[in-house]
Design a protein around this ligand. Structure first.
Ligand code: NAI
Length: 348
C-alpha cells in the first residue's frame, strides 16, 4: 500500500459502493479495500493496518468491535449512511471518532415510499405478473384513490418533509407527529393518538430510538382505522412484526409496505433465493397479497450513491486534516445536528 494515501477499509461493500467510491476518489487521495463481509467481532481483525473503517447499516459496531478498532490505532469510523443505531455511540466516545452522512437524497427515500404505496394500493405488483402471463383480467385489482385520504406522517425531518410535499401533490390531507415539531413548516401536527385514530395511511420517517422501538404494536394497531395502510422506509424495529402480521391476518391492516424489517440483517442485501427461509414471520409477511417488501432499497438511486460517496470522503478528509467534522456523531450532544460546541472545541 502507498503510505501517503488514506487507507480505508469498507465492510459490507456491494458493487454499487465500489463503483461510486472509486468514482468519487477523483484526487486519488484514498486507497480503498472493499470487504464483502460485515464488520463484527469476528471480522474486525480485517481492519488492522487501515486508517479508517467505513460501514453501512447492518455492520455491528458494538463495544468489542470499538475496543479492537481503537487497539489497532484506527481513529475514525465513517458511516456511509444516515442512521447510526448499529453503532454504540456512547461507548465510542473518546475511543474513536464517528462520522455519518446525515443527508444524501431525501427524495430517494420519500419517492420509494410513494412507489411502494402506489404499487400496493393499485395492485401493480399483481398486474405486472398477470400481464407477463397474458392474463388481462382485472378481477381483484380494485384499488382506491389517494386524493382526499388522510395520511399520518411520523417524523417530519428531511425525508418526512419531502414525503409530505409529494402527498400534498396527490391531494391527500396530511397530519403529522414529530417529537420536535417544526412549527414554522405549515405542517398540521397532532398527537400520536390522533395519527393512529384518523389516518387512512401511516408512513414512518423517524429514527429508531428506545422511544420509537415497536411504536406499531398490538395496542397501537387496535387504535388504527380498519384497512389502514402502513409504510415503513425508516427502520424495521419501529414495527413489532408479529403484531403487524396478526393485524394483517385479522384483516385490520389493509396493506403494509416495508422497505425495512426488524431482523433484516440476516437476509436483506443478499441473494437468499437458494436457501430455506428460517424467519417464519418474514416468510409469512412476504406471502401475503397485501404486503410488499423491498430489501432496504429506498436509498438506492444514482444521486444518493454519488452524494454518499462524496460526503463520506469529505468527512474523512475533514476529520483527519482538522480533527473535527460537522458530521461527527457524539452522544453528549442532545441533537447531533445542533451540537453546542459545533465541534470547534471538539467534544474529545
Ligand atoms: P431527520 O433526522 O432529518 O428526521 C427525523 C425526524 O424524526 C426529525 O424531525 C426528528 O425530530 C423526528 N423524531 C425524532 N424522534 C422522534 C420520535 N420519538 N417520534 C417522532 N419523531 C421523532 O432524518 P431523515 O433523513 O428524514 O431520515 C429519517 C429516517 O429514515 C432515518 O432515521 C433512517 O432510519 C431512515 N432512512 C432509511 C433509508 C432507507 O434506505 N430505507 C435511507 C435513509 C434514512
Amino acid at each position: 500500500m502507498n503510505n501517503n494515501k488514506i487507507k480505508v477499509a469498507f465492510f459490507d461493500a456491494k458493487e454499487y459502493d465500489i463503483a461510486s467510491f472509486n468514482k468519487a476518489n477523483t484526487e486519488n487521495e484514498f486507497e480503498f479495500r472493499f470487504f464483502e463481509t460485515r464488520l463484527n467481532a469476528e471480522t474486525v481483525r480485517l481492519a488492522e493496518g487501515f486508517d479508517v473503517v467505513c460501514v453501512f447499516v447492518n455492520d455491528d459496531v458494538n463495544k468489542e468491535v470499538i475496543d479492537q478498532l481503537a487497539a489497532y490505532g484506527i481513529r475514525l469510523l465513517a458511516l456511509r449512511c444516515a442512521g447510526y443505531n448499529n453503532v454504540d455511540i456512547e461507548y465510542a466516545y473518546k475511543k474513536i471518532h464517528v462520522v455519518r452522512v446525515p443527508a444524501y437524497s431525501p427524495y430517494a427515500v420519500a419517492e420509494h415510499a410513494i412507489a411502494l404505496l402506489l404499487t400496493s394500493i393499485r395492485r401493480i405488483h399483481k398486474s405486472y405478473i398477470r400481464t407477463r402471463d397474458f392474463n388481462f383480467s382485472l378481477s381483484g385489482l380494485t384499488g382506491f384513490d389517494l386524493h382526499g385520504k388522510t395520511i399520518g406522517v411520523v417524523g417530519t425531518g428531511k425525508i418526512g418533509k419531502v414525503f409530505i410535499n409529494i402527498c400534498r401533490g396527490f391531494g391527500m390531507h396530511v397530519i403529522a407527529y414529530d417529537k420536535f415539531p417544526d412549527e414554522d413548516s405549515g405542517i398540521e401536527y397532532v398527537e400520536l393518538e390522533e395519527i393512529w385514530k384518523r389516518s387512512d395511511i401511516i408512513s414512518f420517517h423517524c429514527p429508531l430510538t428506545n422511544e420509537t422501538r415497536h411504536m406499531v404494536n398490538r395496542d397501537t394497531i387496535r387504535k388504527m382505522k380498519p384497512g389502514v395502510v402502513i409504510i415503513n422506509t425508516s427502520r424495521g424495529a419501529l414495527i413489532d412484526a408479529e403484531s403487524l402480521l396478526d393485524g394483517i391476518k385479522e384483516r385490520k391492516i389493509g396493506a403494509a409496505c416495508l422497505d425495512v424489517y426488524e431482523e433484516e440483517s440476516d437476509y436483506f442485501f443478499n441473494d437468499r433465493s437458494g436457501h430455506i427461509m428460517d424467519d417464519e414471520v418474514l416468510a409469512r409477511l412476504i406471502s401475503m397479497p397485501n404486503v410488499i417488501v423491498t430489501s432496504h432499497q429506498a436509498f438506492l438511486t444514482a444521486e444518493a450513491l454519488s452524494n454518499i460517496a462524496a460526503t463520506t470522503l469529505s468527512n474523512i478528509h475533514e476529520l483527519l486534516e482538522t480533527g473535527r467534522c460537522a458530521n461527527e456523531l457524539c452522544y453528549r450532544c442532545p441533537d447531533f445536528s445542533t451540537c453546542e460546541k459545533t465541534h470547534i472545541k471538539k467534544c474529545f
